[in-house]
Structures are given as structure tokens and as C-alpha cells.
Design a protein around this ligand. Structure first.
Ligand SMILES: Cc1cc2nc3c(=O)[nH]c(=O)nc-3n(C[C@H](O)[C@H](O)[C@H](O)COP(=O)(O)OP(=O)(O)OC[C@H]3O[C@@H](n4cnc5c(N)ncnc54)[C@H](O)[C@@H]3O)c2cc1C
Length: 504
């Protein structure tokens, strides 16, 4: 019989500090693999420790008494301050408060950690806006399970991530027709004390750094796929969970000076394997129900709230990119050239557009039957659909601006230790107002954002994190209000006839 999550001593309750978060992860028994080896302790391993530290910094910001108003709200259950990422918004003002807290966190990582704890928290808040969806088809106890677990996440300040897409393998076949049928994560056994999960999910960003992982499906689940039509929460250290990390950009970074972003914000992505993992019933929210598995995304605020957080983070990232672009133009002495200002203006128009769409998501929020407010869907999906093209476009403009300056750089920080090399760097790699070291520092920062392996992964992330581009754009198609457009076309057609006469 497995112990209830409520008794987990690693999470005593209330706001957690960074050290408490790290303490919870340390040697907790999770199985993480990289470079052919099992990691003994993610908090000390070079592939993970700096990302753990960056997440710990977020917890320190949220638990700092000086940030109480910005970062917390009173728990409806305990009255104690809890992290605002868990606040279920009841007004437009609540959405603004959530946005401010999320923006504060994203500024600490320059928008470079997509799966910081506020991302999946957004999905859980969205589910909590309409828990009755989990109760459909006579499953009342699942809605209770969900709300109890949601309160646990909120009141104990838990970091949860998700794996909601199966590995590619063979996309021409539904989940249950993969060969063998237990390749994609799903239920293989049912016991008195829970369900047994076997199979894999494509990518769990941040799973090596999280306390829990939510396993569900956002991809279409078809008749026959019932074993995969689930939503369950699994502790990352549960027996049978195996986290296979991709190559670490942090471990590969020669120094923080050379790779200032990769070395600190590599949140890691991993193939997550569930090798006969027992999930207690109290952690099961959707069970073998294709309808609820689908409706949980669209009949609740989950998809909207979760992706609204992602857009707030993206705003910060684009502001950061703009700041770098302006600084580089100034340093190179080209910022007063009209063509360069046009380029910067072009970049800025995209950044401002995404910012405006985040504002619009809040301004067009709607209130559901439970009195919970959710961001406007049309503005959200417009931002998501545009992001797919806008992010690479901005990177391209940034490359254009930087020219060879991001390539003509010392091989590593160690070049500065050699007096002969340093003298030539200082002589030939400086700009007015910038020493050789300052110029190199700025250009290496830019390269890590637009050209390094870490940067390439970010380009892929912004294109795919919320689904393939064709999926994201079809959501925009569904969210757009075509009624008004149709009326306008009807009015235009009704305004004249074959004779060309104008009609009233
Ligand atoms: C950096 C990164 C981090 C991620 N982190 C997470 C995570 O934390 N959790 C998680 O659950 N998932 C994560 N993902 C996975 C992400 O959700 C998927 O990449 C996304 O849903 C798309 O699925 P796919 O990669 O299998 O692409 P596919 O669905 O295989 O699509 C790939 C391409 O194939 C073509 N294609 C396929 N099917 C069609 C079709 N029917 N019509 C037209 N064209 C088609 C399109 O060109 C499409 O772009 C992450 C992905 C990346 C890149």
C-alpha cells in the first residue's frame, strides 16, 4: 500500500524557500539518466544543478516577505500566504495580479525557463476553474481527487510539470495500435490501491527538476485508446519513473562567461518512461474516459490559463531580446542609421504586438458559470499562432544586426588569462565605451540567445511547446469569431444588385 502524498514530509506546507525546494529534490530517489549514467543527485550534477539553482531563486523571490503583496495571496484553506501562481482568478484585477507575479518570475530567468513552476500551475488553475468536468460520466470522486490534489500543490508550494504528448514512433496509427500496444504511456493494470502505468511520453521539460509530473494526453485520443485517456499526477521519484535527459547544454558550457544563458537556464527536456508505475487512486483525475480527457482542455480554463502564462513569459523574453539588440546597435555605433532603426523598429513591432495581445487576453476575459475569470481565447490563440513565425523572424533580424560580431569572439574566457591574447583582444575587439572584455561579454550573451545549441533548442521550443504549428493555427481558426466577418460580407453583397444600383 503506497503512502498518501499528503504525508510526504518533504513538503511541510506554506511557501517554500529555494533551499527547501533544493532539499526536497536532494537524493529523493528519482532516476535521471544522462550520458550513459544514472545521476546520483540532480542538485549536485553539472547538467542540472544550475537549473535547480535558478528554480530555487524563483522560490526565494516568491517567499521573500518583501514580495508578499506581489507574489502571494491568502490560501482559501489555511489563510496563510501561498504562491500567486495557484490563484484561481475571480476578476480582471486578479488576472492583472497573476500577470505581475508571473512577469516578476520570468524576469529572473529572462523568459528562458518555459517550464518554471508557474506554467503547469496555470493548467491546474484552469482545471480548478471547472472541476465539474472531471466529475462527468459519474466520476464525482475524480473531481474530488483533483481538488484535493490542487490544494496540496497550492498549500505546499509544489513544482509540477507535465508530459501530455506521446513519442512520435508511428503517428499514422492510434495509441492502442502501436506495436506493442504499451509503447505510449497508459494503464496496464488496475489494483485496489491504484493503477499501473507503463509506456513513455515524448518530452517532459523540467521533469528532472520537478516534484511531480502530470501525465495526460492533449493529442487526439481515439476510440480504443481508453487506456491512454487519463490524467494522473505522479511523483518524479515514484518507483518505475525513468527520466532520460537529452544532451545538457549547461554541462557542455565552457563557462558562464562563454555561455551565460545555457549554463544557468538549461531547464532540460527528457523522454519520460513509466515502467509499471503504481499511481494511487487519489492521484487519478481522469480514468479511461476519452470524452473527459478531451474536454478537460477545452471545457475548463486549463488550455487558456496555462498558455496565457507562456505568453507573459514570452513578453519578457522579447523585451530582453530588444534590450540586447538596442545595446549592440549602440555599441557598434549604428543605432542612428535609419536602416538600423527600421530593423529595430521591425523587431520591436513584433515584441509590442505580443505584449498587446497579452493585454487583450486580460481585457477580453470571460467569466465562467463558477464565477471564475479566464483570459480571452481569440487574443490568446492569435498570439500563439503568430509566435510560431514571429520568434524565428526576430532571431533572424537579430542575426542580421549582429553580423560577424557574434562569431569574431575569443574561443573561451580562458583567452583572457593569456596576456598576449588579452592584449590583442583589447586592441582589436573593443568599441567606444566598451572594453574588449565588455564587448565580448555582450556578444557572447547575444550568441547564447540566437546561435548556440541552447538558442536552437529555444527556437524549437517556441515553435512546438504548445503543439505543432498546424495544430496551433487550427486552434486560432476555431477561436476566431467569424460571425462579424460573415455579417460584413453579407452587408456588402446586399448593398448593390445586378443593375449596380446602391441599396439601403
Ligand atoms: C523543446 C521542446 C520542449 C517540449 N516540452 C514538452 C513538455 O514539457 N511536455 C510535453 O508534453 N511535451 C513537450 N514537448 C512536445 C510538444 O508538445 C510536441 O513537440 C508538440 O505537441 C508537437 O508534437 P510532435 O513533436 O510529435 O510533432 P508532430 O505532431 O509529429 O508534427 C511534426 C510535424 O509533422 C507535420 N505533421 C504531422 N502531422 C501532421 C498533420 N496531421 N497535418 C499536417 N502536418 C502534420 C508538421 O509539419 C508538423 O510540424 C516539447 C517539445 C519541444 C520541441
Amino acid at each position: 500500500m503506497s503512502a498518501s502524498y499528503a504525508n510526504d514530509k518533504r513538503f511541510p506546507g506554506g511557501l517554500r524557500t529555494g533551499d527547501q525546494y533544493i532539499g526536497g529534490l536532494k537524493n529523493d530517489g528519482r532516476r535521471v539518466f544522462i550520458d550513459g549514467e544514472e545521476v546520483a543527485d540532480v542538485t549536485g550534477h553539472p547538467a542540472f544543478r544550475e537549473a535547480v539553482r535558478s528554480i530555487a531563486d524563483l522560490y526565494d523571490i516568491a517567499s521573500d516577505p518583501a514580495n508578499r503583496e506581489l507574489m502571494t495571496f491568502p490560501s482559501p484553506a489555511t489563510g496563510e500566504p501561498v504562491n500567486r501562481i495557484w490563484q484561481v482568478p475571480r476578476s480582471e484585477a486578479d488576472l492583472h495580479a497573476r500577470r505581475a507575479a508571473i512577469a516578476r518570475w520570468s524576469e529572473a530567468t529572462f523568459g528562458l525557463m518555459g517550464r518554471s513552476p508557474d506554467h503547469v500551475a496555470g493548467f491546474f488553475v484552469g482545471w480548478a476553474s471547472a472541476p465539474e468536468v472531471f466529475a462527468r460520466n459519474g466520476a464525482a470522486e475524480r473531481a474530488d481527487n483533483f481538488m484535493r490534489f490542487f490544494e496540496f500543490l497550492r498549500d505546499r508550494d509544489i513544482f509540477i510539470t507535465y508530459t501530455i504528448v506521446p513519442p512520435q514512433i508511428d503517428r499514422s496509427k492510434p495509441m492502442h495500435q502501436q506495436n506493442p500496444a504499451d509503447l505510449y504511456a497508459g494503464v496496464v493494470d488496475e489494483r485496489d490501491d491504484g493503477v499501473v502505468i507503463r509506456g513513455a511520453q515524448m518530452l517532459g521539460t523540467g521533469t528532472a527538476l520537478s516534484d511531480y509530473v502530470c501525465l495526460s494526453q492533449v493529442s487526439p485520443v481515439r476510440p480504443g485508446d481508453e487506456n491512454h485517456a487519463i490524467n494522473v499526477a505522479i511523483a518524479c521519484n515514484a518507483p518505475g519513473v525513468k527520466i532520460y535527459s537529452r544532451r545538457s547544454y549547461a554541462a557542455a558550457a565552457s563557462s558562464t562567461f562563454d555561455y551565460p544563458l545555457a549554463s544557468r537556464f538549461d531547464e532540460t527536456d527528457a523522454l519520460v518512461v513509466f515502467d509499471d508505475v503504481l499511481v494511487p487512486w487519489e492521484q487519478v483525475f481522469v480514468y479511461k474516459d476519452i470524452e473527459i480527457c478531451r474536454d478537460q482542455w477545452w471545457d475548463t480554463g486549463a488550455h487558456t490559463m496555462g498558455n496565457h502564462q507562456a505568453q507573459i513569459r514570452l513578453c519578457t523574453k522579447l523585451q530582453f531580446l530588444m534590450g540586447l539588440a538596442k545595446r549592440i546597435a549602440e555599441m557598434n555605433g549604428v543605432d542612428s542609421i535609419p536602416a538600423v532603426q527600421t530593423l529595430l523598429g521591425d523587431m520591436a513591432s513584433y515584441a509590442a504586438m505580443i505584449e498587446g495581445l497579452v493585454e487583450a487576453q486580460i481585457a477580453t476575459c470571460t467569466t465562467n458559470a463558477n464565477g471564475i475569470v479566464v483570459p480571452g481565447r481569440q487574443a490568446l490563440y492569435a498570439a500563439m499562432a503568430l509566435q510560431v513565425d514571429v520568434y524565428p523572424r526576430i532571431l533572424n533580424l537579430m542575426r542580421e544586426l549582429c553580423g560577424g560580431g557574434v562569431i569574431q569572439l575569443p574561443s573561451s574566457a580562458r583567452d583572457f588569462e593569456n596576456p598576449e591574447i588579452r592584449a590583442d583582444i583589447d586592441r582589436y575587439t573593443h568599441s567606444p565605451g566598451y572594453s574588449g572584455e565588455e564587448r565580448v561579454k555582450l556578444m557572447k550573451l547575444a550568441w547564447d540567445l540566437i546561435g548556440s545549441e541552447f538558442a536552437g533548442r529555444h527556437d524549437q521550443y517556441e515553435k512546438f511547446y504548445a503543439g505543432a504549428p498546424f495544430v496551433v493555427k487550427s486552434r486560432m481558426y476555431q477561436a476566431y469569431n467569424f460571425d462579424k466577418s460573415r455579417d460584413l460580407v453579407d452587408a456588402a453583397l446586399a448593398g448593390y444588385d445586378l443593375s449596380g444600383r446602391r441599396r439601403k
